[in-house]
Design a protein around this ligand. Structure first.
Ligand code: TYD
Length: 135
């Protein structure tokens, strides 16, 4: 459910020359990292996401700038604003997500538990609701 999708505070190694945030799979986050991707150059006003996954787990980080993540488990919804590079939002399987309100220059970094697989996507909202009701 959306109540399992929590913000995880990541390490921040700070010195006068700046910050580093390291993320190791299975120790800093609850899954092994199989894939990394990032969204950038999102035009103002655009909405991305608009899907759920059957199996994929993700950690979403605002590596730069800010955006909102709207989470929906078919029963409840919550909106999370990400705007700090040392915090990540855990998105568990079976959660519909929309990504919106990107600031200019925002970079949405995703650490993912599985390789890319289109068959793991649910891209139709009614299909998502039907899947949640049968499981
Ligand atoms: P999608 O996951 O729908 O993007 P978003 O949730 O940000 O709106 O992916 C958009 C397109 O990119 C889609 O055609 C699949 C492709 N894609 C890959 O080929 N590999 C990947 O790892 C990802 C995340 C997407």
């Amino acid at each position: 459910s959306i109540y399992n999708c929590n913000v995880i505070e990541l390490k921040k190694i700070h010195n006068r020359a700046g910050n580093i945030t390291p993320v190791s799979g299975l120790s800093d986050i609850p899954f092994a990292i199989k894939r990394v991707y990032y969204l950038y150059d999102v035009p103002g006003g655009e909405v991305r996401g608009g899907h759920a996954h059957y199996e994929l787990q993700q950690l979403i980080v605002a590596a730069s700038g800010s955006f909102d993540v709207l989470l929906d488990d078919g029963k409840n919804k919550k909106i999370m604003t990400l705007n700090r590079p040392n915090f990540g939002l855990l998105v568990t399987p079976g959660i519909w997500r929309d990504l919106l309100n990107f600031s200019s220059g925002a970079v949405l970094l995703v650490l993912a538990s599985l390789p890319y697989d289109e068959t793991d996507y649910i891209r139709d909202y009614q299909k998502f609701i039907d899947y949640k009701n049968e499981s």
